[in-house]
Design a protein around this ligand. Structure first.
Ligand code: NAP
Ligand code: GCO
Length: 261
């Protein structure tokens, strides 16, 4: 079957926090499907380091430096991107942080910072990008959720609260903006080998074997495992998919855990 359903030629995709990690892998896949890639990071050096990385893959990505929690700066940059590159057709809200601190020891400031970046940031970004999509006749918004959109574990109360909220923000915006032909969906990655999970993957770390045991696929995911799902949700192949969280987790959410032998 012709893959026109999955082609993104002529579309502009903005992936937040895509100077490395999952964001960069998803941006590369969107580029390979034909999209023009725009990305941001809050750190100027990271943007500068990422540009040659994209060029090595033959991608003429445009990088911008702004913080997704700074509404004024976000609005200014969306206007700048629209005039310099074009209307944003695809927004991937990927930028995020995690703080692994037991709730009793977590400062409220730390809790607020995670909520601000992981939940309020996608709201700010979506609100800034939607008017251009509405004017253009439609668009795609993809929020990067998590296993913690469904499950809890010790030390990640702020992150799980943010990612659980992001699941519901996804569903809510899907309801509000469907009439404008904007589809809002999420991707829920399992445990993926990136800098964010590096502390959990050090040699001999008990979490390493724990996660392998909780994952039917019996491996950590890679950023490349998310490339097909993001192209699907960014393309016309998912035009009737709305408010859906696509879990890409090797089967974790389906698994009660290895039965004792
Ligand atoms: P990562 O390696 O920590 O990269 C996160 C990216 O977001 C970095 O480029 C970071 O830039 C950027 N960022 C953070 N705060 C920002 C802000 N306020 N404004 C703009 N950019 C900001 O994370 P990752 O593992 O690639 O994860 C990417 C997304 O997937 C996150 O939302 C994460 O929660 C989610 N996720 C990850 C996993 C996993 O196992 N890795 C699983 C499920 C979901 P700086 O370098 O400047 O901080
Ligand atoms: C953690 C991990 C997870 C992953 C991811 C799982 O400390 O439990 O960092 O939260 O990042 O979100 O889907």
């Amino acid at each position: 079957m012709d893959n026109y359903l999955f082609r993104l030629d002529g579309r502009v995709a903005l992936v937040t926090g895509a100077s490395y990690g999952i964001g960069m892998a998803m941006a590369k896949a969107l580029a390979q499907a034909g999209a023009t890639i725009v990305f941001n990071d809050r750190n100027r050096d990271r943007v500068a380091e990422a540009l040659p990385e994209y060029r090595k893959s033959g991608i003429d990505a445009r990088g911008y430096v702004f913080d997704v929690t700074d509404e004024k700066s976000v609005r200014e940059h969306i206007e700048k991107i629209t005039s310099e590159v074009g209307v944003i057709d695809i927004l991937v809200n990927n930028a995020g942080i995690i703080k692994r601190i037991p709730a009793l020891e977590m400062d409220v400031a730390d809790f607020r910072e995670v909520i601000d970046i992981d939940l309020t940031g996608p709201f700010i970004m979506s609100k800034a990008v939607a008017p251009g999509m509405i004017k253009k006749g439609g668009g795609k918004i993809i929020n990067i959720c998590s296993m913690m959109s469904e499950l809890g574990r010790e030390t990640v109360s702020a992150y799980a609260s943010a990612k659980g909220g992001l699941k519901m923000l996804t569903r809510n915006l899907a309801c509000e903006w469907a009439e404008h032909n904007i589809q809002v969906n999420g991707i829920g990655p399992g445990y993926i080998a990136t800098p964010q999970t590096a502390p959990l993957r050090t040699e001999g770390h008990p979490f390493n074997s724990f996660i392998i045991g909780r994952t039917p696929a019996a491996r950590w995911g890679t950023p490349e495992d998310l490339q097909g799902p993001v192209v699907f949700l960014a393309s016309r192949a998912s035009d009737f998919v709305n408010g859906h969280i696509l879990y890409v987790d090797g089967g974790i959410l389906a698994y009660i855990g290895k039965q004792p032998k």
